[in-house]
Unconditional design. Sequence first.
Length: 148
Amino acid sequence: MKQPGPFFSLMALAVAAFAFIGIGSWLLWTLLATTKPPLPENISDPEVRATLDRARARLEQSISDGKAWGDYGTVLLANLFDQPADFCFIEAIKRDPGDPRWPYARGQIALKRQPELAIAFLEKAAQVARSRQLYRQAFVLTLAEALL
């Protein structure tokens, strides 16, 4: 029996690689696209509820955008919903790892809840901010204060 030549082996490898990449891309897209934005329960203030509803609606229009997740997390954090905000910042980092604001925000939350984790988040923010003049100094100073 004749063995397949190198062309056949190369083609089989290429088909397998394309299948692997395709399935991986589909799984990643499905994971990122199906994450539901959190909405805190028991919000008694109607203005806060309206603000969060508007911010969440903006996120749902751009559900795969890291900045949209980070912006919604910022609105949640400004209204003192730090746990759902942290969830949003995690999603923002997944989708936009080059933006230092998201690990910085996680560091700010961790300073109050889990100080032992805050340093790692602030170090990551300072590292990512090296190429962004606007954020670099503030993030490095916050890291320095946390290290004291």
